[in-house]
Design a protein around this ligand. Structure first.
Ligand code: LLP
Length: 436
């Protein structure tokens, strides 16, 4: 078990003798003063180190690789730019994510467009920009063909998304690789889809893809998924004479949210994937494809923290003590959606005696609880409470429920903080409303 609280915190997290917390050399209380709360904080060094862990592992075990950052975990202009600077590609899943990437100046040839129900407009948008499509279903193929016949000078690069029939242990809502999934082609449909692709010379099939789920702690499902896809590489070579270039094993590596979580190290999972590709290639007589992966959470999750201010404290003797903060399910919907568990600290009180409390949000819903039965020092109104591991799937799933203003986000590095997403204002909330 490699777990410990300091792997839940960003790499630059520090606590001084007064129990005050800083990140990247900046005190949380200063961030709260300068940017107010609730506030998303992202540690750039943590993101860069995690990217480096993937890159070093791939360079060592499988140098022909491509990392597509899964931007659904956190998509905004600055993060797309950071990913590009780091040499990564981008996985987008909607016209909106693609637009953000293009506004950020992301190179279109390094973007892949996912989705189980892309619209004709989204397909046109992607193809006009020469973005690779992750072909998910026959309906999408018909839309691509419509576009190409109306635009005879255009072409489409596609990768086929398959459901490999792999079970993994994660939350029901974030399992995607099993047969009963809304994503991708069933394995039996491959020959039919390739015949249909071959009818249109403007379509180039580059490879195969499978994503088995998210927040996964096991290595074997990735190895199994690789074996299923490589068998299909062989079938496609034998039946159609096509040697595919790219094998994409998706994202999904889990992170620590609490001490008992035990994700494998990045290098271990990469090594296992690399060995699986080599083994299958040798056994099946295939040339080694480029290995693509699509990590999201494992790059961003541990880099993020959300800083809140404590307000109302409701103590129901013998029942429960609620500590309410100035945020909740609108900025972090994961506890209410997936019963996700988080760890927290109180600035200025780290290492003080702890009590069991429930950290509640401020939204008008009893289920708006951020952490049930947290072990925390005695909080008072005005204290700063920080929740860890919120870098992925927090801002990207935030809502305006109760007409909440989405918090600002700051990126911190070497003692400097820069706003990468402005806090929403009341004016933003009514911007698109129309009077009667
Ligand atoms: N590739 C594909 C095709 C995906 O569908 C996903 C995530 C990823 C890559 C990135 O997976 P990651 O490395 O981040 O696990 N909202 C949920 C997670 C949904 C994941 C959806 N797909 C949550 O908050 O846990």
């Amino acid at each position: 078990m490699q777990s410990s609280l300091n792997q839940i915190q960003p790499l630059t997290y520090k606590v001084d003798e007064q129990g005050e917390i800083s990140v990247a050399g900046i005190k949380l209380k200063d961030l709260a003063k300068d940017y107010s709360t609730a506030l998303y904080i992202l540690c750039q060094e943590t993101i860069e180190k995690r990217i480096q862990a993937y890159k070093s592992a791939l360079e060592k075990h499988y140098p022909d690789f491509m990392i597509y950052y899964a931007s659904k975990s956190l998509n905004c202009v600055a993060i797309a730019q950071l990913m590009q600077e780091q040499g990564l590609g981008l996985d987008v899943v909607s016209g909106g994510e693609l637009y953000t990437a293009l506004v950020a100046g992301f190179k279109a040839e390094n973007i892949i467009f996912h989705g189980n129900n892309k619209s004709a407009e989204e397909i046109a948008y992607a193809l006009e920009n020469r973005v690779t499509l992750m072909l998910d279903n026959f309906y999408e193929l018909s839309l691509i063909k419509n576009y190409l016949s109306a635009n005879p000078a255009s072409e489409a690069q596609v990768v086929l998304r398959l459901t490999p029939g792999i079970e993994c242990h994660t939350h029901e809502y974030i399992k995607t690789g099993r047969i009963d999934s809304k994503f991708g082609f069933n394995l039996e449909q491959i020959e039919e889809v390739i015949l249909k692709i071959q009818e249109c010379p403007q379509i180039k099939l580059k490879g195969l893809h499978a994503h088995i789920g998210s927040q996964i702690f096991e290595i074997q499902p990735f190895v199994d998924s690789c074996a299923v896809l490589m068998e299909k590489f062989k079938l496609i070579k034998d039946k159609f004479g096509i040697e595919l270039e790219e094998l994409n094993l998706g994202g999904g590596l889990g992170i620590l949210y609490e001490e008992q979580d035990d994700p494998p190290e990045i290098e271990k999972i990469i090594q296992a994937m690399a060995e699986a590709v080599e083994k299958n290639c040798t056994e099946l007589g295939l040339k080694k494809p480029r290995l693509a992966i699509e990590p999201g959470r494992s790059l961003l999750g541990p880099a993020g923290m959300t800083l809140y201010k404590v307000g109302n404290i409701k103590d129901i003797p013998g029942v429960r003590k609620y500590v309410a903060v100035d945020g909740g399910m609108a900025d972090n919907s994961r506890p209410i959606m997936y019963q996700a568990v988080y760890k927290a600290e109180i600035d200025g009180k780290v290492n003080q005696a702890k009590e069991t409390v429930t950290v509640a949000g401020k939204y008008c819903e009893s289920g708006d609880i951020l952490i049930r039965d947290a072990e925390l020092p005695a909080a008072e109104a005005g204290d700063l409470l920080v929740i860890f591991s919120t870098g992925a799937y927090n801002y990207s799933m935030a809502s305006n429920y109760n007409r909440a203003c989405r918090p600002a986000m700051v990126l911190v590095k070497d003692g400097k903080a820069s706003i990468i997403i402005e806090r929403e204002s009341f004016a933003d909330l009514v911007q698109r409303d129309k009077s009667l």
